[in-house]
Design a protein. Structure first.
Lengths: 360, 404, 360, 404
C-alpha cells in the first residue's frame, strides 16, 4: 500500500482551463465589450477587437449518457472546432465564430431532442439533484419532476416573453443540494411523518448520543425499546428534517404514504435591483404522483403565469410579490393561507407583520 | 419659608436656558413643601455623586386597589427626612388629555394639601403622575380624588391605563372615535385595571390612523390603529392647487409612496387604491386635497414592548380590519380570549408578545380559535421546518390527526 | 376593613372626557376637514361647518409644580374659556376660537418660560422618564439631560426648518419606560459593570431561584459566598440589563464610575412612507457629566444637523440612513464603528449584510 | 443486448415531451451497461412504490484520497444485482466548465469501460459526476483519469470543489478573472480538498460581478463576488440610442435603481455614483451604454448554506473590497485564518456561517485579528444588550480590561 502510494500521482488537480478555450476566447479574454441576444438561445458577445463570439445554448437533462456526450462532441466538431461548455444551470453551450453555423446547429440539436433557448427573460433549466436515481435521502424523485415541469413550460424556455428571468430549482429533501432556498420557484421534497426507528439495529449502526444530538428540536431522547437500547422521538417536536437519518440509517424518514412536495416562491440570488432573497412557502404539500406529477406541474405553471401576467418589466417573482404584498399574492394565486405558512422556527417573530401597511 | 430650600449649585445650572426648567418647578414647590425641598437636596447630591438614592419600592397602596401607587423610599432618609417616603400615585387621565382649568385646579388643591406639589403631566403610559407623598397620605388623597371623580390608574401586573390620540376631537384623519373607545374599554375593565392578576402588565393604546400619534405600535400589548378599506378621497382641484402653489407632486408625493401606486401627469393624480398600503404620506402632505376613505375602521395589532427581557417588539397585525362601533363586543371578546390563554399559559413576567413567540403564532391562534390570515405576516416562512400535523398510517387510507 | 370597603366607591373610572371638551369641539367632533400650520406652534383646524379651531402648543417640562399648572389654568381662562390639553409628548395645548388671542397668549407663555412650537417639521419635546428624581433603576438622570439637549436645540422647536419630524426620547435604564426604542434619536442610560451583590442580605430580600431565572443570558448561578447562601455572576456573560436588580434589590447595578449614556438613531413609529423601525446603536457610550452633559448635547446636535443637512424632504432620520447606507452614515458622522455596534443577541445573524449592495 | 432492458411502463411516460428525457439517456446506456439496465428496473419500482431503494453509503474511496466518492448500495440487490454497488465519483471540472470534444471523449471512454456510462454534467457543486460503478472499479477509473490529468473532487468534511462563472472568458462585466482565481485556489488547497479534516464541508464559489451567476451568495461558505469602486462607465450617446430605440429610461432604469441615485432628463442620464450600490441593474439593461467602473476587484462574503440544521444562510460581507491579483496571498491568508479558528472551535457538522453566529461576529473578528467595518452589517444592533468589555474599579482611575 505504502509503495503503491509512492509510485502514484495524487493532488495534481483539475486540468488547466486554458487548454479548453477556443482561440477567439484566448484572444479576447477580458476584452469583451457588450453582448446582444440575437434570438432565443443565441447571443453574440462583441469584443473591443470587434471579434464576435456566437453562443448557442441548448437544454440538457444534466443526467447524460456517454452516448449523448459523444453526440455533443460530434456537433462541436462539426460547427465550432470541438469547443463547448456547460453552464452553472447545466445547459450545454456551443461557442461559434461562424454566424452561418448557428441555424444548422440548432437544427441538429432539435433533431437529437435538445431545444435551444434559456437565455434572457426566459425560464432556464431546473437546477436539481439525485432523487430516486441515486440518493438514500430522497422524499421524491428529481429528474422525473424536472422533466414533467419543463415539458409543460417548454414555451418559456424557447421564447423570451417573460417580464424577467425565472429560476426554478428542485431538491429532493431538506438537505437542499439544489440550493433551492433562493429560487423564484422552488420544488422541495418533504417528509411528513416522524422517523420509523429500527430499534433492533440502531445500537449496532449508530452512536445513540450523536443521534439525539442531531435533532434541531431536541425531539430525540435515548430509550430502551423492546429490550434494545435505542431512542424515541417526541412526535409533536418532530418537523421531519431528516437530520437524524443523515447521521443514522436506523432513523428512516422515507415513507411512500406521506412523502411529497412543497412549493416555495420569491427567492433570488442576483444583486440586481433587490438584494438576494430566500424563497418563501407557497404550497405546503402536494402528493408524489409519478410518473407525471400532474399536481406539481399544474401548480408551477399557474404560478409562472400569474407572475408573467401581473409583474412589471424586470420584476422577479419575489420583487413583484413584495410590491403587491403577500396577502394579495395568496388571494390572486387562490392558495389558502394556513398555519403551515406561519414561521415558528427560531426567528419566527421577525416574520410577523409589524406595521399597518396593508392592502384591502 | 424659602430658608427650607437647600443650596444647589449644580442644579442651579439647569435654571438657565430657553427650555422650561424642572429645577424651577421643584423650587417653586419647595417654597411650600419641605418634601420638595429635600428632593432638591437629594437630587443635588445625585448630581454631585452621579448616582440615584432611591430604594426599591415596597408595596404600598390604597384600600381595595392592588395597583396605582409606586412606593419609593430614600436611601438618604437621615439626611433628607422629608423624602424618606416619596411614593407616586398614578391617576387615570381623561381620554385625550383634555381638561378644564376648573378640574386641574381641584387636582392641584388636593396635591397641595397631601403631597409634594409636584406632578408629571403626564407619565409616559398616560396617567397623571402625582409625584411624591407619604404612605399615610395615600388614603386621604384617594378620598379627595373620589370626590372629584378621578380614579386611580394601573401599575404592576395588570391592565395599564389605556391611552389614545385625540382622534375625532381635533383631527380630520381619525378613522374611528379613539377617545370613546379608550374610555369605554377603561370602564369595562376597571377590575383588571385595578387588581393585578396577569402574568405581567398589559397595555392598550388607540390611534385614529396609521400616523399613530400615541406610538401604540411601539408600546402597547394591544395597538388599535385606525385605517380604511375603500379608496382615498381625492379633491382633484385641490391637488392642482397644491401643484400650482409650488409643490413638486412627483418628487414629494409620488416618489415617496411606499406602494409605488401613484401616478402624476402634471394634471391628474391617479392612485391605484388596490395597492395602496394606507401609509398616510400623501394625505399628510396634502390635507386639503386627500382624505382617508369612507369605509373606516381599525387594524388591531398585538404584542409591542420594551426590550426587557427577550428584546423589544413592535406590535404585529392580528385583525387586519375591524369596524369600531359601540358596543365594542368584537374587541372585548378578543381581549378576553387573549387574556384567558395568556393568563393560563404565560410565564411570570412574560408579556403577551413574548408569549406568542414562545408558543408560536399558529398555536396561539388555535388556542383562541382564530383562523390565520396572510395579513398577519410580512412573509410566509423561509425555513422548511414545518410541523405537519397529520399523516397517514399504513393500515388506513384516512388522514389521521396525530395525537398531540 | 371590610365595612370600610363597603361604604366606599371604587372602580368608577376616569371622568368622562366630554365634560372637558370646549363647545367648538363638541359641535365639530368628527367633522374636521383639514388643518394648516399658521406659524410655528400654531395651527388651525377647519371643520365641514367652517368652524375654525386654533391650537397653540407650548413646550412643557412635564415635571410640573401645581403652581405652574395653575398658571396654565389662568391663561386658559384668559384666552380660551378655560380649555386646555396635554399631548402624547407632554406639551400643553391651548384651544382657541378667537384668532386675535393667539399672539397675546404666546407672549404670556414666553413670559412664564414656555416657548411655543413643536408642530410640523420640528423637534418636539423629548419623551422621557424619572431618572434620579424618582426611580431606583436610573443609570442617568432624565429631566436634566432633556433640559440640556432642548436648551441646545431650541431653535428647532421654535422653527420648522427641518426636512421632517424629528422625535427624540430618553430612558434612564434599559427598561425603556420612554419607549425610546423607536425614536429618530434615543438617549439611553446604561450600566457597564456587572451587579455588585449584597451577599449578606440577598437571601433575606430575594428568592435565589427567581434571581437566577431573571437573567436572560443565564449569567447568574446560586453560590455560597462568605458563608451566605447567595448567587454569583459570570462576568463575561453579563450585558448589564439590570433585570436581576428589578427582581432583587441586592443585585446593585447603579455605579457612578461606569454608568452613562448611549445614543441610538433611525427609529420611527408612524407608518408614513416607511414601516415603523427600531432605533439602532450609534454611540455606545458617553459619560454622565452633570449638570449639563456637554458630550451628550454635542452628540445629539451634530446628529440632528447631519440629518438636516443631508436628508431629502420628508425623510425621517432612519429613512435617510437606509437610503445612503449605514457605512456612509458612520463615515459622515465621524463615529468609529466598533464591536459594540455588531448585534450578538438572539437574531444577530439577521443583521449581517447579506448582499453586495455596498457604496464606496 | 437490448433484452437486458426491463419493461418500464411508468418511466416510458417520461420519454414523451419536448424536454430532454433522462429515461432515454438511461436506456441508451442500458444498451451497453447491465448496471444502467438494473438502474432502470429499480427506478421503475421506485416510481411504482413511491420510494427510493438506496441504502446509506458506506465509506469507499480511492487510495490516498479521503473524499471524492459517494458510496451507494441498493436495498434491492437480489432483484437488481448489477446495482448492488452504485457509487459515484466526483471529478473536478475545469474552471468555467469548458471542454474540447477530445477531452470529453476520453472521459466517456473511461466510463464506458469502468462504469455505468451515466453522468451528471454537472453536479450542483460543479463536479463532473460519474454516476454508478462498483467498488473494485474505483481504482482503475482513477488510474485512467490520472493519465488524462483529471483529478478527483471534494466530498465529506473537506474543501469542496470550487467553481465559478465564466467571467472574463465570455462576459463583459467580469470585475476579476474568476476562472484563474478558482483554478489557483483549487491547486493551492489540493490537500484540504482531498482529505476531509474540517468540522464540516467548506465551499468556495467565484462570481465576476454582482449578478452572481454561480449563485455563490446562496451556497458557498466563501463567496467571492466581483465589484468596482469608482464610477460606472457611461457612453452618453449609447444611452440616448437606447432611448431612441424605445427604451423608457425613467421607468425601466431609473425607477428600478435600488439606491435611487439616478436622474434622467430625457437627454442625459446622471448617476450619483457615491450612492450607487453596484446592483448591476442599469448595466444589465443597457450593456452597450453602461459598464462597471475601472477600479475593479471583489467583495468577499462568508457563510451561506442550506437549511440543515440552523436554517439556511446567505453569505454576509466580510471584506467589502479586495483587489484580486495573483499571487492571491490576501485571499489565502484570510482563508487560512478562518479555517484555523473554525477547525479549532467549530463543532462537528457546524458550517462556518453557523459557527460565526454562535460565537458572535465580533468575537470571531477578534479571533482572526480583523477590525469590524460597518459594511459587515445591514444595520447596527437594535437591542441594548451590549457586552461592554471594560469598566473602572473604585481603586483606580484607569479603565481596566475585565479578565475574560
Ligand atoms: C452562462 C451563465 C454563467 C456560467 O458561467 O455558466 C450566465 C451567463 C450570463 N448571465 Fe447569468 N448566467 C448564468 C447563471 C446565472 C445565475 C445562477 C443561477 O441561475 O443559478 C444567476 C442568478 C439567478 C438569480 O438571481 O436567482 C444569473 C443572474 C444573471 C442576471 C441577473 C438577472 C436579474 O435580473 O436578477 C443577469 C443580468 C441580466 O440577465 O440582465 C445575468 C446575465 C448574464 C449574461 C448576459 C452575462 C453576459 O453578459 O454574458 C450571460 C448570458 C445571459 C443569459 O444567460 O441570460 N445573469 N445568471 C449561467 C447560465 C445558466 C443557464 O444555463 O441558464
Ligand atoms: C412612571 C413611568 C415613567 C415616566 O416617568 O413616565 C414608569 C416608571 C417605571 N417603570 Fe415603566 N414607567 C412608565 C411607562 C413605561 C413605558 C411606556 C408606556 O407605557 O407607554 C414602558 C415601555 C412600554 C412597555 O410597557 O414595554 C415601560 C416599561 C417598563 C419596564 C419594561 C417592561 C418590559 O416588558 O420590557 C419595566 C420593568 C418592569 O416592569 O419590571 C418598567 C418599570 C418601571 C418602574 C416601576 C421601575 C421598576 O423597575 O419597578 C418605574 C417606576 C419609576 C418610579 O419610581 O416612578 N417599565 N414603562 C411610566 C408610567 C407612568 C404612567 O403610568 O403614565
Ligand atoms: C397632538 C398629537 C396627538 C395627541 O393626541 O397628543 C399629534 C397631533 C398631530 N399629529 Fe402626530 N401628534 C402627536 C404625536 C405624534 C407621534 C407620537 C410621538 O411623537 O411620540 C407620532 C409618531 C412619531 C414617529 O413616527 O416616531 C406622530 C406622527 C405624526 C405624523 C407622521 C410623521 C411622519 O412623517 O412620520 C403626522 C403627519 C405629518 O406630520 O405630516 C402627524 C400629524 C399630526 C397632526 C397634523 C394631525 C392633525 O391633522 O391634527 C396633528 C398636529 C401636527 C403636529 O403636531 O405636527 N403625526 N404624531 C401629538 C403631539 C405630540 C407633540 O406634542 O409633539
Ligand atoms: C451530488 C449532489 C447533488 C447533485 O445531484 O448535484 C449532492 C448530493 C448529496 N449531498 Fe449535497 N450534493 C450536492 C451539492 C450540494 C449543494 C449545492 C452546492 O454545493 O452548490 C448543497 C447546498 C449548499 C450547501 O452546501 O449548503 C448541498 C447540501 C447538502 C447538505 C446540507 C449541508 C448543510 O450544511 O446544510 C447535505 C447533508 C450533509 O452534509 O450531511 C448534503 C448531502 C448530500 C449527500 C451526500 C447525501 C447525504 O446525506 O450524505 C448526497 C449524495 C447523493 C448521492 O447519492 O449522490 N448536501 N449539497 C451535489 C454535489 C455534486 C458535485 O459535487 O458537484
Ligand atoms: S437533496 Fe437530499 S435527497 Fe436530494 S441529493 Fe441532496 S441529499 Fe440526496
Ligand atoms: S426528523 Fe429532524 S426533527 Fe424529526 S426527529 Fe429527526 S432530527 Fe429531529
Ligand atoms: S393618529 Fe391619526 S387620527 Fe390620531 S391624531 Fe394622529 S393623525 Fe390624527
Ligand atoms: S397612502 Fe401611502 S401608500 Fe397609499 S397612496 Fe398615499 S402614499 Fe401611497
Ligand atoms: S427607564 Fe428605568 S430608570 Fe427610568 S423610570 Fe423607567 S425603570 Fe426607572
Ligand atoms: S444585569 Fe442582566 S445580564 Fe447581568 S446578571 Fe443581571 S440579569 Fe444577567
Ligand atoms: S456573474 Fe457577472 S461576470 Fe460572471 S457571468 Fe454573470 S454577469 Fe458575467
Ligand atoms: S448599478 Fe444599480 S444602484 Fe448603481 S446606479 Fe445602476 S441601478 Fe442604481
Amino acid at each position: 500500500m505504502a509503495d503503491a502510494m509512492q509510485n502514484r500521482r495524487t493532488d495534481y488537480g483539475p486540468p488547466h482551463y486554458e487548454q479548453f478555450l477556443p482561440p477567439i476566447i484566448k484572444e479576447n479574454y477580458g476584452k469583451w465589450k457588450y453582448h446582444e441576444m440575437l434570438k432565443p438561445g443565441v447571443m453574440v458577445h462583441v469584443s473591443e477587437t470587434d471579434a464576435k463570439l456566437y453562443t448557442v445554448r441548448a437544454a440538457s437533462g444534466r443526467l447524460l449518457s456517454i452516448d449523448k456526450i459523444r453526440m455533443y462532441c460530434d456537433l462541436a466538431d462539426k460547427y465550432c472546432g470541438g469547443y463547448l461548455r456547460f453552464t452553472s444551470r447545466h445547459n450545454v453551450e456551443f461557442l461559434l465564430t461562424k454566424k452561418e453555423n448557428i441555424d444548422p446547429l440548432i437544427k441538429d440539436l432539435d433533431a437529437i431532442g435538445h431545444p435551444v433557448g434559456g437565455i434572457g427573460n426566459a425560464i432556464s433549466s431546473i437546477v436539481h439533484t439525485q432523487g430516486w436515481v441515486h440518493c438514500h435521502s430522497a422524499a421524491t424523485d428529481a429528474s422525473g419532476i424536472v422533466k414533467c415541469v419543463m415539458d409543460d413550460l417548454i414555451e418559456y424556455f424557447k421564447e423570451t416573453k417573460l417580464p424577467g428571468k425565472l429560476r426554478i430549482a428542485l431538491a429532493c429533501c431538506l438537505n437542499m443540494c439544489g440550493a433551492v432556498h433562493c429560487s423564484d420557484i422552488a420544488i422541495l421534497g418533504i417528509h411528513r411523518r416522524p422517523p420509523k426507528i429500527d430499534h433492533a439495529n440502531l445500537k449496532k449502526m449508530c452512536e445513540i448520543p450523536n443521534v439525539s444530538a442531531s435533532c434541531p428540536t431536541a425531539a430525540i431522547r435515548p430509550a430502551t425499546v423492546g429490550g434494545n437500547p435505542s431512542v424515541e422521538v417526541i412526535e409533536e417536536k418532530c418537523m421531519f428534517c431528516a437530520n437524524c437519518f443523515t447521521v443514522c440509517p436506523a432513523m428512516k424518514l422515507n415513507d411512500p404514504l406521506n412523502d411529497g412536495v412543497s412549493i416555495w416562491v420569491g427567492g433570488k440570488v442576483s444583486n440586481a435591483r433587490h438584494e438576494p432573497m430566500f424563497s418563501k412557502l407557497a404550497i405546503p404539500f402536494l402528493p408524489n404522483n409519478p410518473p407525471r406529477w400532474p399536481e406539481v406541474t399544474e401548480a408551477v405553471r399557474s404560478l409562472v403565469e400569474l407572475w408573467a401576467k401581473n409583474a412589471r418589466k424586470y420584476e422577479r417573482m419575489g420583487e413583484w410579490i413584495e410590491r403587491i404584498g403577500w396577502p394579495k399574492f395568496f388571494r390572486m394565486a387562490g392558495i389558502e393561507f394556513q398555519k403551515e405558512h406561519i414561521d415558528d422556527f427560531k426567528h419566527a417573530g421577525l416574520t410577523f407583520k409589524r406595521s399597518t401597511h396593508l392592502t384591502f | 419659608m424659602a430658608d427650607n430650600i437647600p443650596k444647589t449649585p449644580k442644579l442651579d445650572e439647569l435654571e438657565k436656558g430657553a427650555w422650561p426648567s424642572f429645577v424651577k418647578e421643584i423650587k417653586m414647590a419647595a417654597k411650600r413643601s419641605p418634601m420638595a425641598g429635600d428632593l432638591l437636596g437629594q437630587l443635588e447630591q445625585s448630581y454631585t455623586e452621579k448616582i440615584g438614592y432611591w430604594k426599591h419600592g415596597g408595596i404600598v397602596g390604597v384600600m381595595g386597589y392592588g395597583g396605582g401607587v409606586i412606593g419609593r423610599y430614600s436611601a438618604l432618609a437621615d439626611k433628607f427626612p422629608n423624602v424618606s417616603h416619596f411614593h407616586t400615585m398614578r391617576v387615570n387621565q381623561p381620554a385625550g388629555w383634555y381638561y378644564t382649568s376648573d378640574a386641574l385646579r381641584k387636582i392641584c388643591n388636593i396635591w397641595e394639601k397631601h403631597g409634594s406639589g409636584l406632578t408629571n403631566m403626564h407619565g409616559s403610559t398616560g396617567d397623571i403622575i402625582l409625584l411624591g407623598t407619604r404612605t399615610e397620605e395615600l388614603e386621604p388623597v384617594f378620598n379627595e380624588l373620589q370626590k372629584i371623580n378621578f380614579d386611580i390608574g394601573g401599575s404592576g401586573s395588570d391592565l395599564r391605563t389605556p391611552s389614545c390620540c385625540l382622534g375625532m376631537s381635533r383631527c380630520e384623519w381619525a378613522c374611528y372615535d379613539t377617545m370613546k373607545l379608550t374610555h369605554e374599554l377603561t370602564m369595562h375593565y376597571q377590575d383588571e385595571l385595578h387588581r393585578p392578576a396577569f402574568p405581567y402588565k398589559f397595555k392598550i393604546k388607540c390611534s385614529g390612523c396609521p400616523n399613530d400619534c400615541v406610538a401604540s405600535i411601539a408600546r402597547a400589548d394591544m395597538s388599535i390603529i385606525g385605517t380604511w378599506r375603500d379608496d382615498i378621497q381625492v379633491d382633484k382641484d385641490a391637488v392642482r392647487e397644491y401643484a400650482a402653489r409650488g409643490m413638486d407632486i412627483q418628487k414629494d408625493v409620488v416618489n415617496n409612496c411606499p406602494a409605488k401606486c401613484m401616478e402624476w401627469d402634471g394634471k391628474v393624480l391617479n392612485i391605484a387604491n388596490e395597492y395602496c398600503v394606507r401609509c398616510m404620506h400623501c394625505i399628510n402632505v396634502m390635507p386639503k386635497a386627500l382624505r382617508p376613505g369612507k369605509d373606516r375602521g381599525a387594524t388591531i395589532l398585538i404584542g409591542s414592548k420594551a426590550p426587557i427581557i427577550e428584546g423589544a417588539l413592535l406590535s404585529s397585525v392580528f385583525k387586519p380590519f375591524v369596524k369600531i362601533e359601540a358596543p365594542y363586543d368584537e374587541i372585548t371578546d378578543l381581549v378576553d380570549k387573549i387574556w384567558d390563554v395568556w393568563c393560563e399559559e404565560g410565564k411570570n413576567r412574560e408579556r403577551v408578545g413574548e408569549f406568542i413567540q414562545r408558543v408560536g403564532l399558529g398555536n396561539f391562534l388555535d388556542a383562541i380559535e382564530m383562523d390565520p390570515v396572510p395579513e398577519m405576516v410580512s412573509h410566509p416562512r423561509e425555513n422548511p421546518y414545518v410541523f405537519y400535523e397529520e399523516y397517514y398510517e399504513e393500515d388506513d387510507g384516512e388522514e389521521e390527526e396525530e395525537e398531540s
